[in-house]
Design a binder for this molecule. Structure first.
Ligand SMILES: *Cc1c(COP(=O)(O)O)cnc(C)c1O
Length: 412
């Protein structure tokens, strides 16, 4: 019989119990942000076996068609086109929409939102965010519109929604296309309607880390028949029939195994939401009242997937900085992530020509946020342990900060 159960977290009583100061890590194995949510394994494997039996691996196979149908039903959108990933899905729909010149987007997002424009020689014009919603600030969009502007690419970050009504109004009045990067927002709503059907089109991601994964995958959703037709052609090299090509295209197709995974996981979304929601509530309860720490929420949404647990850290209150807290958590094997620091405009290649661009809210928010592990692989006991570490650090901010400084001084 083992005397020490190394699978159990080590309780921390004193600051010296923190791994950063020589204690045993709270977790023997790393806890990641974005471990995949995996639905019914048997159903998935049955579908994979069926795919192998029928020898139809891609090109509008049974599971791709079913997956698209389910997504269209779930979101109430007319057309859904599954793709190999969201980046290619964005690239294709950007091309199908005829975007060129300049497109306005937030900088506080995953780098792909900017790259999909630059990749096609469209200039990304970065707009600041509303610090309350972490999404593009419509009041700042208008000042960025030039004769070169053809569209707005807004991001429903964390599964929260942008001020969609305001963006729709600007796009309509100024004759711009409106596209949403809704990579995070499957299963979320805006004013009684599911995200997926707003603007000219929306794009979901089914990457392994996303709320619903298809291993890798993405989808374009639109209510516009003509846009759907063009997008569908571009997804498959422009083929309209055997030996007949009608337009330029690329290969954005989703495979049957991916669709089987996506379909299977889609069948479990109520369970994923329930677990994510439970995790979110527990984090909020266990960190409530901690000075300088806020667990972000978005209460006006009817439907949410709760896929992200995001802290905002006010270092003036916590004394320990966001980055210091992150380093301390890392040593405990809690691999918290500072998504989406430092903002796209401060990353290559954009920082090379935008060195003077200042987006004060983006910069401030990106220096305060920390995403914590959640999802189906994180248990309530794990969350208690994580919150215990955070509470210990923040409640002893001054002392931790002094210890960090003296440790840094002796190691140099
Ligand atoms: C994940 C993500 C993407 C890219 O999705 P892939 O399916 O990995 O290509 C795009 N935008 C945002 C906001 C994302 O988080």
């Amino acid at each position: 019989m083992p005397i020490l159960d190394t699978t159990l977290p080590a309780p921390k009583q004193a600051l010296d119990d923190l791994a950063f100061f020589g204690g045993r890590p709270a977790f023997p194995e790393p806890l990641h942000v974005g471990r995949p949510n995996i639905g019914n394994r048997e159903k998935f494997l049955t579908r994979v076996n069926d795919t192998l039996d029928r020898k139809w691996l891609t090109n509008d196979g049974r599971y791709v068609i079913q997956f698209e149908k389910r997504l269209a039903e779930l979101t109430g959108v007319k057309h859904c086109l599954a793709m190999c990933n969201a980046t290619i899905a964005l690239e294709i729909v950007i091309r199908a929409l005829g975007l060129k010149g300049q497109v306005i987007l937030p900088s506080f997002t995953f780098i792909a939102t900017a790259h999909v424009l630059q990749w096609q020689d469209i200039t990304p014009v970065f707009c600041d965010i509303d610090p309350r919603t972490h999404t593009i600030d419509p009041e700042k969009v208008e000042a960025l519109i030039t004769p070169e502007t053809t569209g707005i690419l807004a991001v429903n970050l964390w599964g929260w929604h942008c001020d969609i009504a305001a963006l729709e109004e600007i796009a309509r009045r100024r004759g711009l296309k409106l596209l949403f990067d809704s990579a995070h927002a499957l299963g979320c709503s805006y004013k009684d309607r599911m995200i997926g059907g707003f603007g000219d089109a929306e794009v979901f991601s089914f990457h392994a880390t996303k709320f619903v994964n298809s291993l890798e995958g993405g989808a374009v959703l639109t209510n516009d028949d003509e846009l759907a037709r063009k997008t569908r052609l571009m997804r498959n090299f422009g083929f309209v029939a055997y030996d007949q090509v009608a337009s330029i295209g690329t290969n954005g197709k989703m495979s049957e195994v991916s669709a089987a995974m996506g379909l299977t996981n889609l069948e479990s979304i109520d369970e994923f939401i329930a677990i994510n929601r439970r995790n979110h509530k527990q984090y909020a309860a266990e960190l409530a009242g901690l000075k300088g720490i806020t667990v972000l929420s978005n209460d006006d949404q009817k439907k949410r997937n709760y896929q992200y647990v995001v802290l905002e850290i006010d270092a003036a209150e916590t004394i320990v900085s966001r980055d210091e807290l992150m380093q301390i958590l890392y040593r405990e094997n809690i691999l918290a992530r500072r998504y989406f620091y430092p903002g796209c405009h401060r990353m290559a290649p954009y920082n090379s020509y935008l060195s003077s661009l200042s987006l004060p809210q983006t910069e401030k928010v990106s220096e305060r946020v920390l995403s914590l592990p959640t999802g189906t692989s994180i248990s309530p006991a794990d969350i208690s342990t994580i919150c215990g570490v955070i509470r210990m650090v923040v409640n002893n901010g001054r002392e931790v900060s002094a210890k960090l400084r003296s440790q840094a001084a002796t190691s140099t």
